[in-house]
Design a protein around this ligand. Structure first.
Ligand code: NAD
Length: 333
């Protein structure tokens, strides 16, 4: 039993990762306020938490910057800042809005944490490694981005600025903060709407439609289940030795997109076809993708003994089960 329940703020808590994190915090016995503008999140993501812990969960429909101006909130002990514009397609299609969200809303979250003297966790991304200079990506690696004429890199640049802003506040205001670079995180509640590959493949497989693999499908990524990630976020903010540091989080098991599509067909028993589609057709001319993206997990292993446990096939099966239930619900409505 938690003898010292705290009041915690989760920005973007109605999103995919945020909603799983909210459940972990409620399970720890804390009171949780979610601030989310529902731009890509959904109230349905919080239904499970609400059913179990309604008395300790508050939802506020607002942007972080607007909510941060309000005096109605208590002082928060911890702030997990996950709100962001997420997904390569969203970034490419709505570039200015995405850059502003990722930089200005993070600045607001940092100021909020400084004002409340709250511990802060900032969600960054593997995109901060840009083109990546070596495999696996280590937190202290140099970074090389593509040109500013390609809006695809703006997400990585904006998350890098978030990291700089956080480090500036650590130095100037004694902020206790941890920066987390998420690699591909997957699991129930993730949507394929803005190009996230795994839910997009599973949706297609369940609907008997072709699984669209971008390019030749040889590009490799590492996928980690959100149910391994969420408890680790809570541990990172609870461990004193983590403040002022950057951590990769994810799995280090690489898989090609072609193999991922085949796994999805096998696990869902689907007879859909795999269709290779040129990048140009999806993202326009000049889109650059990385051939390999793999985190070094040395730092996070040492800090909190992090090690992902859920197998990719289990994640695929669970996402498929959740999407099937959601589909039946929509048809019945
Ligand atoms: N899922 C991944 O694989 C991955 C990879 C790298 C980084 N990340 C980072 O992790 C965090 C969570 O991502 P996710 O996958 O859960 O995405 P998500 O889109 O499900 O969650 C983002 C949430 O933020 C909310 N939001 C957006 N702008 C807001 C604003 N101005 N004010 C308040 N709420 C706002 C959205 O409505 C949504 O609920 C993000 O910061 C993202 O950049 C995720």
């Amino acid at each position: 039993m938690n003898t010292n329940p705290q009041h915690i703020l989760v920005t973007g808590g109605a999103g995919f990762i945020g909603s799983h994190l909210v459940e972990q915090l409620l399970l720890r016995g804390d009171r949780v306020t979610v601030v989310d503008d529902l731009s890509t999140g959904a109230l349905a993501n919080l239904e499970h938490a609400k059913r179990l812990f309604a008395d300790r969960l508050e939802f506020v429909h607002a942007t972080v910057s607007a909510a941060s101006q309000s005096s109605k909130f208590p002082r928060f002990a911890e702030i997990y800042h996950l709100a962001a514009a997420v997904g390569v397609r969203l970034i490419v299609e709505r570039a200015s809005q995405s850059i502003e969200t990722n930089v200005l809303e993070t600045s607001a979250a940092i100021q909020w944490a400084v004002r409340d003297q709250a511990k802060l966790l900032v969600a960054s991304s593997s995109e901060v490694y840009g083109k990546g200079v070596r495999i696996p990506f280590s937190e202290s690696d140099d970074v090389v981005f593509g040109p500013t004429t390609s809006s695809r890199w703006s997400y990585g640049y904006s998350k890098a600025l978030d990291e700089f802003l956080t480090f500036a506040a650590i130095k100037e205001s004694n902020l206790k903060a941890v920066i987390i670079r998420f690699f591909n995180t997957v699991g129930p509640r993730q949507k394929g709407d803005w190009g996230m590959v795994l839910p997009r493949f599973i949706q297609a497989a369940l609907a008997g439609k072709p699984l669209e693999v971008h390019g030749d499908g040889k590009q490799q990524r590492c996928f980690c289940d959100v149910r391994d990630i969420a408890p680790a976020l809570v541990k990172l903010l609870a461990a004193d030795g983590c403040f002022g540091r950057v951590f990769n989080i994810g799995s280090d098991q690489m898989i090609s997109m072609q193999a991922l599509a085949q796994n999805v067909l096998r696990v869902t028993h689907s007879s859909s076809q795999i269709m290779n589609v040129p990048y140009e057709k999806i993202f326009g001319k000049g889109f650059e993708d990385l051939q390999m993206r793999q985190p070094s997990l040395e730092q996070i292993r040492r800090a909190i003994d992090f090690s992902p446990r859920i197998a990719l096939d289990t994640t695929i099966a669970d996402i498929a089960a959740q999407l099937s239930v959601a589909c039946k619900g929509e048809r019945a409505a």
